[in-house]
Design a protein. Sequence first.
Length: 500
Amino acid sequence: MLATQQTAIYKRHRPENTLLYQLVERHYPEFKEALLGHGKQLPKFVEREFDDFLRCGRLENGFLRVVCDDCKHEKLVAFSCKRRGFCPSCGARRMAESAALLVDDVLQGYPIRQWVLSLPIPLRLLLARYPNELSKAMQIIHRAISTYIVNKAGFSNKQAKSGAVTLIQRFGSALNLNIHFHMLFLEGAISENTWGGTTFTRIKAPSHNDMVELVHNISHRIAQYLEKVGLVQRDMENSYLNLPIDDEDSLLQLQGASVSYRIAMGPQQGQKVLTLQTLPASTEGEYGQLASTSGFSLHAGVFANADEPEKLERLCRYISRPAISEQRLSMTQHGKVRYELKTPYRDGTTHVFFDPIDFIGKLAALIPPPRLNLTRFFGVFAPNSNLRAKVTSSQRGKNSPRLAKEGSEQPDKPYYARAMSWAQRLKRVFNIDITECEKCQKHAVTIIACIIDSHVIQKILKHLDKKHPTSSQATLLPPLRAPPEEEHDFNIQRDFNFGA
């Protein structure tokens, strides 16, 4: 039993050996040149995302020197980019920290239900362009669901509150721009007692009729709001977006192609992306707790009880996962980028294909703008809620009973939990202990230096090259995967209807 729980040995991530890194390194300059050829250029925050990704995890850009106090074995730990767009390594670290924070400090001790709201394709593009309207739409959605929960618990909004943590996902399974919301709601309402305590009243799972009414109310209210602010216009028969047309905005073109599953760059611009069908079409019906109308889809079939923290953490990791999976990325023998869908579509589609240049465009469309918070807290979990310190295990927020420091000049200062360290993330998710020396297997390693000077970096790496001449050999692209066998029932098509 002990052998199966033994801590794994840390091995440095080498991004230069991954297919994603090599695709970006090789084709990102071509992508920028293609845009310049049309008189366009990427926004600064998008360029910074790509530039920092190419520096992430590379020893040539700086590192920490870590040495074992016992056996003096030394290793180098490279810096990371810490970006939110498409870096799988940094996305995995953020996933681990977000899940741990939500489970340990916020949601622990309560039954939680996941509500997932998908939007019509036109609204995905609109909310990607207008972050402020995204926040307004989220307030409408939360107000509708929380009011339903509070009323079902037998209270009014003045008597009790619900709470939710919403994570905004900007990507779909096919690397398409797909803004949708994963909302972790309390399965009940919290009311405050006369003596200052709180009482949690649990509710039953929503019925299909409840879901239909909710999604109808949400879609109607969002449409009303967007029409009020002038972003949606209606005539006698149709509704359409009122987006300003700007030929200089290259990101709008990339986002528009991504959200509609079309090719953004190259001679086939505007056509549907190539898809691969290797499975027969599915005839299964919809989920029981799913309702849809006018392109809006609301699902609430995933639930975790208060005594299931491991299930809740798996759910939190899933909804905060990185945008791209390197395990599902490959190349064809004809130089196409092939990406496997996480879950096959109903018509049996399992893969999508991109030209390398268009693939870079798909990555650019997924990058969130700066200062856009992708994790939001509502209700009793909101930062300004008077109940937050009472209902969360970390007791963070207003009127926190935990003092910042004994004898502090501000004894009522709220308590703020520190972010998990990189070592804690590795230990929690992968059972890897960076503080343990892989040579003598003792917990006695120390950071002795932070190396950022380019001349010192070159000297150290040259010394390592002489000491280990095979460690820095140039690597080629990973071996190409063979295409599916001919006897498989598949069909490559362009005119696939991805639906809403």
